[in-house]
Structures are given as C-alpha cells and as structure tokens.
Ligand binder design. Structure first.
Ligand SMILES: [Cu+2]
Length: 124
C-alpha cells in the first residue's frame, strides 16, 4: 500500500465520522474488566465490544447504564435485567448511545465482583 494511502486509512480509523458508531473494546478476564474505567462520549453511538478470552463465562452488569442509554433495537435482546452474558471464548457486541453520567459496572457471577471484577462507566 502506498504510504499516503496507509496514512489516510489510519486517519479514517482514528477519527470517527459523525453518526458512525465508535468501537469500544472491553476485555473480560478472571477477574477484571480492562479498562476498569470505561469512557464513553454522551450522545455518540458506540459499539461496546465485550471480549471474553477466559475459559469461563462472565457478565457485563450495569443496570443503571443500560436504563439510561438508548440501545439499538438490534442489540436490545442481548440485555437481560440490566446485564449482558458473555460466554467463554466469545465476543458480544452491543450498539448503543450512552447518556451522560457515571455508572457502576460489575460481573454478576458468584464472587467475581468481590475478586475485583467491577468497574465504572463514565459518560461525558
Ligand atoms: Cu466474571
């Protein structure tokens, strides 16, 4: 690829176009979220990419966050009682537009949050 084209491709990746969802990867491992503080822009569509490379399931439980967000209808079925289950060795993607605020996040599986699997979602 010519150097200028590679540069343009990089720019397109780095600067989200208005209206295009921004990909936000979050890793779920034993027993933490990375990043533990997830930063989102208010009123900008985002695709949360919940990646679980562990051999056991985890969840992304944030009832207040999901209640305040506008969840894309295609993703709404993934959220049950304010949480998304992410099975072992899988990635779940949810498209939503977050509302400004600060929200607690945890894994709801037994003992996981007390082992450190919790975080914060900051939307501004
Ligand atoms: Cu967990």
């Amino acid at each position: 690829m010519p150097r200028t084209l590679a540069f343009v491709a990089l720019l397109a990746f780095a600067s989200p176009v208005a209206g295009q969802p921004v990909a936000v990867p979050v890793d779920l491992t034993n027993f933490r979220f990375t990043p533990a503080q997830i930063e989102l822009k208010a009123n900008v569509p985002a695709i949360l990419q919940l990646r679980n490379a562990a051999s056991g399931g985890h969840s992304f439980s944030a009832p207040a966050f999901f209640a305040a967000a506008h969840v894309d209808p295609a993703s709404a079925g993934l959220i049950r009682e304010g949480k998304i289950e992410v099975p072992a060795h899988s990635t779940v993607q949810v498209t939503l537009t977050a509302a400004a605020g600060q929200y607690p996040l945890k894994c709801s599986h037994p003992f996981h949050s007390s082992l450190g699997m919790k975080g914060t979602i900051v939307v501004r």
